[in-house]
Design a protein around this ligand. Sequence first.
Ligand code: HEC
Length: 746
Amino acid sequence: MKKCKRSHTLTVTFILLLVSVFGLSSCEDSPASAPDYSGWNTYAGSKDGLRYSSNDQINRDNVSKLKVAWTYCSGDKDTNNHSQIQCNPIMIRGILYGTTPRVKLFALNAATGKQQWIFDPASEDTSAIRNPSAFFKVNRGVVFWEDENGNNQRIIYSVGSKTYAIDVTDGKPVRSFGQNGYIDLTQNIDREEGTYNPYISNTTPGIIYKDLIIMGCRVSEEADAAPGTIRAFDVRTGQLRWRFHTIPHPGELGYETWPDKDAWKKLGSANNWAGMAVDEKRGIVYVPTGSVGGDFYGGIRKGQNLYANSLLALDALTGKYIWHFQVIHHDLWDRDLPANPNLVTIKLEGKEIDAVAQITKHGYVFLFDRTNGKPVFPIEEKPFPASDLPGEEAWPTQPLPVLPEPFARQNFGPEDVTDLTPEAHKEMMEKYLKVKYRAMFTPPSKESSWIFPGFDGGGEWGGAAVDPASAILYINSTELPWALTMVDKIKGDITTERGAGQTVYGKYCIACHGPELKGNGSSFPSLVDVGKKYNEQQILGILGTGRNMMPAFKQVSDQDKHVLIAFLLNRKSKNLASQSGSGTTRESASVTTTIPQKYSILDDVPYTMTGYNRFLDKDGYPGIKPPWGTLNAVNLNSGKLLWKVPLGEYPELTAKGIPVTGTEGYGGPLVTKGGLIFIAASRDGRMHAFDKNTGQLLWQAQLPVPGYATPATYIVDSKQYVVIACGGGKIGSKSGDQYIAFSLPD
Ligand code: HEC
């Protein structure tokens, strides 16, 4: 095992020791026919997506005694503090499988953390080896498959556009799978090449049904994004078995709802990046989708936009449509459905309903009878305002569930502006008043609107945990407003190199890096001084492969890339010629294969947004009154919000006597029969255990960097472990490379 540089100095501080007096409630005895929740053998714990464990060795009475059992350091984090680990690891027969910041796949002894083997995707992809960006990708987990005799055991996992099958015995690719061990997700998507941005990647793993791996994908989300077709592959051979077009083709159900009969040829996204759930008994896979690209202007995609922003129920064996519900019509706010659905049996007026719950970024839980898609509680179509942007046709209504009660605040009024200090209040009130539109679902405007909950939720990819015995759903939520402003697309004077470069920048880069190249101060870096950091070749490398959350830009022609880079580097140095003449550009061409576009729908988009702007005061605190991050319990039987507590802390504010505020966070919870909710997620870098009945914080421990991931729990050799990936690397946190497991002392 690789020596872990800092392991000997790692001390986990136990901050709080509160032991609850609550015992286990008797309603938790599960019926004999219930599914087995004792393991953690797939993403989200089980294929019904519950993040639930029936283990109760660690419980309310002893959780305060938890200690670090082991620490695993992979040693491959990014020194730029951009790399992350979002992985929810899985445990199969005593071995823990997960991924590192550079998306190497590891197998560890789940009781000791000792590495059995590690698979480095760079060893299979030498063409990309010179480009350090090629192996910084986001991976949220892996899945396991074996045949009916327990043979051919493999881990299916994705690195960017490649989905590998890795033999569990030796950590090597299964050569009979796909192309010598992997399938290339950019192939077999049923669209004419050169009409879209070919960037297709995978973050949340697919789901296994029988001998199929059903896959979603991540795409660029711009207007020219690749289509988000749902695909199933043979898990033995990697062969394509079925496809479901989320933007229907002629003759397919839903095609008639599109006013533009060529929409399917031009538009993309409507992808599943959030994970799925499968009802194995019924053979139904539940697939939540995101919006059609581009995210904030819909004039090029008029209509409701089926099957974007929808929960789809498909026949898992054939991909045939069963039912759908569209949660947002004609999305103009990037309200992709952000996490896998949860399959849970609820009780309503004495009747049992096999239900599916879907959390959203805007703070709702949508609950359906999973056999037919009928809403469990009424969902009302409410009217919303029209757009003031010429060319845009906002959909006049949106569906709002009467129940369950929302788990996040959804209105940001002047009375909610921060009053942390009089100065902060004054500063933020001035900024608040500059944004004209406050109400949810106000269409994007040049006069700005509040997105609240923000672009990253409300609910996010960490997902919800559900206790099947009580049908209570637990979900963490960030409560931070973001401002959305539209501007005319920036067009430079294309007769000059610089102006042409600015135009290319305005077309492809501005949404994330901002009109002034300044980024947004956290997730999207500034490019103002990019020439100090990278030369032309290195920037070409980043554009060719993407990097972490930045997609690749293979569709941009060499000519456009050339002027774009001239524009970026000119800011510091006029001397472009000396850099491009270094003689190494040819070498980098192998890394940045260009697939130029014949036609780009981006040219039909008249506006762009000015960037992803969080509403933070000059000290970095949210410009809204707390709580800023919460953990919530929603009873799915009654639809009632049972409790809400802050998640995360700014110790310096608590020291001033301010009640615990909660913080922005990423990653989700798990719930156990032992009465506990385990969650890290908060930016203060703590791992927490809450009492699932009351929301009382029973235990917390300081992690080396924040655990922006969802924990897993399992038993090996009669000992229960709780493990969390500590990757940091978001919202100003340092990057880390560790997995930390907790258990009770012997
Ligand atoms: C969807 C959002 C998005 C878009 C669009 C985008 N980027 Fe990025 N970009 C990012 C993110 C996120 C990072 C940080 C990547 C990381 O984790 O290292 C980044 C990083 C970079 C970096 C490295 C900066 C550094 O300090 O390490 C360069 C250079 C860059 N982008 C150039 C571009 C250019 C040029 C375009 C337009 C062709 C573009 N980006 C479009 C999101 C985006």
